[in-house]
Design a protein around this ligand. Structure first.
Ligand SMILES: Nc1ncnc2c1ncn2[C@@H]1O[C@H](COP(=O)(O)OP(=O)(O)O)[C@@H](O)[C@H]1O
Ligand SMILES: N[C@@H](CC(=O)OP(=O)(O)O)C(=O)O
Length: 437
């Protein structure tokens, strides 16, 4: 039995839904189908989830949200009309609108895209609709995997074939969503609970690519990638698969296959646990994230102060700020933190660092981006760093920070945000372009 998840781009309009139906019907093992809300398509420029978030915001401020909701209505009505569906989409849409008007919670509102998508697809392919609210459970905002798996097994065993909305579940009876892109996690939890032979994740690219196709033109696809590599890449910005989608499957050794709804015959990317599977290349992938701030502290003999680093991390912890990286020298240490955490608290944090650590100087720099160069092949290969940094130097990229994980499968490089795309292209060209390894 297979679990297949279809992302928003695969559900954007009737044409895409027809492709989804063909894919499902081509393999009778595709029994449990997880869907996202419609994404951007030929006729719609916005993701339904974004539009729902907008409706919630307007309604929350007692503003009229009819115009925005009309765009959502058109998406579903066009699909239902074009496919000649028997479901009463008008009344489903009217119910959701009423709930928004009556002050439904943010999570509830943004989950309705998936709720409606799943009903539309279930009606189109003749599968049962099973609400994710009865399957996925959260505890203090965090997925309760065991409870969810137990419920999924119990409930889905009564359905031979079903379509399930992704992205949400419940906590104490209230709808609760994963973070954005979370339908991938729903699919993964269902595949693990049902001991699927494979979890197929259908999107709009033919698998995981070595680099973001919006940055590198026609990047090579990755044939196989290990869970560890994928985790590094997903966490660091390659958003094809949600970073949390790996955990439920890893323990059970269930492979994930990233495939393209628009080109289903292509093999896509197989994500496996076995790191012995050879990759012909040294580097598996290159990705990155923007919007970091680097705070640099200088203090002579800092390393001899036994409690220096504890005090340093305490300042960030007490301000509820996660530290991304902390490269250090003998008398200096830099702390890299996401702008989303530090921006509102920068002045306060700088003051506290000065008082608590009594440093000689503090400086900070905005507009830092982090680039992750990931590959299990890097462990055994010499000269990867030298090739990477030479490529960056040739393009005039100023490297701000370097950090290598102890697993030796990744190097993180800090660059100025204005060099972000250039740096990714330079590394890609060095290892995959004309001067390939
Ligand atoms: N390394 C990468 N490989 C493939 N796609 C990538 C990569 N990095 C970023 N992307 C982007 O991820 C998109 C697919 O993810 P997403 O938009 O979440 O799809 P879906 O809506 O199908 O879930 C692709 O269209 C591509 O633009
Ligand atoms: N619709 C949600 C959940 C999701 O996973 O969507 P997609 O599969 O299109 O990335 C979002 O936009 O975040």
């Amino acid at each position: 039995m297979k679990v297949a998840k279809f992302g928003g781009s695969s559900l954007a309009d009737a044409g895409q839904l027809q492709k989804v139906k063909d894919i499902i019907q081509a393999d009778k093992d595709r029994k449990y189908i997880v869907v996202s809300a419609p994404g951007k398509g030929v006729n719609n420029n916005h993701k339904v989830t974004d539009l729902l978030a907008m409706c919630h915001q307007l309604s929350d401020h007692d503003l009229n949200f009819n115009e925005v909701y009309k765009i959502i209505e058109d998406v579903y009505k066009n699909i239902a009309d074009d496919l000649g569906l028997a479901i009463d989409i008008d009344s489903i849409l009217a119910d959701v609108k009423e709930e928004i008007t009556n002050g439904a919670s943010y999570d509830f509102v943004i989950s309705r895209g998936e709720f409606m998508s799943a009903q539309v697809l279930a009606s189109f392919i003749g599968y049962d609709f099973v609400d994710a609210k009865d399957l996925i459970f959260f505890n203090e905002g965090i997925l309760n995997l065991e409870k969810s798996q137990e419920n999924i097994k119990n409930i889905l065993s009564k359905h031979d074939r079903a379509v399930i909305p992704g992205f949400y579940g419940q906590e104490d009876g209230d709808v609760k969503t994963f973070s954005r892109g979370g339908s991938d996690v729903t699919g993964s939890v269902i595949a693990s609970a049902m001991d699927a032979q494979i979890y197929e994740n259908f999107t709009d690219v033919s698998g995981f690519l070595v680099a973001d196709p919006r940055i590198v033109k026609n990047p090579c696809p990755i044939e196989t990638i290990t869970y560890k590599e994928l985790r590094e890449l997903s966490y660091m910005g390659a958003n094809v698969l949600h970073e949390e989608a790996i955990f439920p499957l890893r323990d059970k050794n269930i492979p994930i296959n990233i495939k393209n709804t628009n080109a289903p015959a292509k093999a896509g990317t197989l994500i496996v646990s076995n790191s012995d599977i050879k990759n012909k290349r040294i580097l598996t992938g290159i990705t990155g994230k923007k919007d970091f701030t680097s705070i640099t502290l200088e203090k002579v003999n800092m390393n001899n102060e036994k409690d220096f680093f504890r005090k340093l991390t305490t300042v960030f912890e007490s301000n509820d700020i996660s530290i991304e990286h902390m490269p250090s020298g003998i008398d200096t240490v830099s702390v890299l933190v996401a702008d989303s955490y530090i921006t509102p608290k920068l002045k306060k944090v700088l003051e506290e660092l000065q008082i608590y650590l009594n440093v000689d100087s503090i400086s900070w720099e905005r507009d830092i981006s982090l680039i992750a160069v990931v590959g299990r092949g890097m462990k055994k290969e010499k000269g990867v760093s030298s090739r990477t940094f030479t490529a960056l130097a040739k393009e005039g990229v100023n490297v701000k920070m370097i950090s290598q994980g102890s697993s030796e499968i990744n190097i993180i490089i800090g660059v100025e945000t204005c060099d972000f795309e250039k740096a990714i292209r330079a590394i890609y060209d060095e290892f995959y372009g004309s001067k390939q390894d």
